[in-house]
Design a protein around this ligand. Sequence first.
Ligand SMILES: N[C@@H](CCC[C@H](N)C(=O)O)C(=O)O
Length: 321
Amino acid sequence: MTVTPAPLPAATAADADTLAVTKGHGTQNDFVLLDDRDGALDLAPVLVRRLCDRRAGVGGDGVIRLVASELVPDAPDDARGTAWFMDYRNGDGSVAQMCGNGVRVFARYAQHLGLWDPEDGPLEVGTRAGVRTVVATAPEVGDGPWFTVGMGVVTLVGGDDALASGGDAEVHVGGLAVTRPGLSVDVGNPHTVVVLAQEGDLEQADLTSAPVVRPVPADGTNVELVVPLGEEHAADGTAVGRVRMRVHERGVGETRSCGTGAVAAAAAVRAWGGPQAPAVWLVDVPGGTVRVTLHPDGRADLAGPAVLVAEARVDLAALPA
Ligand SMILES: N[C@@H](CCC[C@H](N)C(=O)O)C(=O)O
């Protein structure tokens, strides 16, 4: 898609009858993007659900509203210092703290709107999980352009005890005979990572309904099913681990990718693997591949593509009831 400023100024993004939207995705985790830089839009859960409806709406895993950070009452203090805020909503209308694929697509959208030029330096994005920093980066696999996001600190919620006992949760996944241990990982939003023994288990898992996690997480969780595929070596000799992943997202269902989930998966597999495990991981998801780098201080970077595919005006009266 060509980079031209959107034809509609923010003040006219929504009028009484229509709403200007842009559709984008990161490794096929897809979003409806709204330019609401002046905070004029009432983004009620019902509007999110209608926009995300794949039959009668625009279709998407979630909605991303670009808004001035100073206009977001529940923005964390550090995020208030940024110009632009990613207000992320899951397809069921619920609010989520963070979206790793979404923040790359947000950056691509800000670039498209003329609000950010990668040549001028990183984009600081306000999110409910704090500030995330995005830079344009060289495409590695599949469709470009690529962006790298500083995802902040990743935390194994149960610490070393959880690791020593193989996990801090029990997870029952439809289609698989036995309950598996899961590891709770905080990437600004909640994740439970489950390692499966073989790729066949990944195919067999039924994610048409949410895996059952015990103890039940108070705020719900995203569940990642992963199969480690071994290690490769980059041209410079760096060890690169590889995993395959499927994900069931809180507030959505199975999606074709989850950026925060990929970070959680890499952090969990590395922790299970011990000190010799690689710091860099390629995570293969149904929608493509992303790269995760785990830093010694606990921070992680996520790199992957972000693509804008369409702009449209939605007739609000025609959306499903
Ligand atoms: N797909 C996103 C995560 C979106 C939010 C998630 N469903 C939640 O409720 O925490 C990603 O790429 O990280």
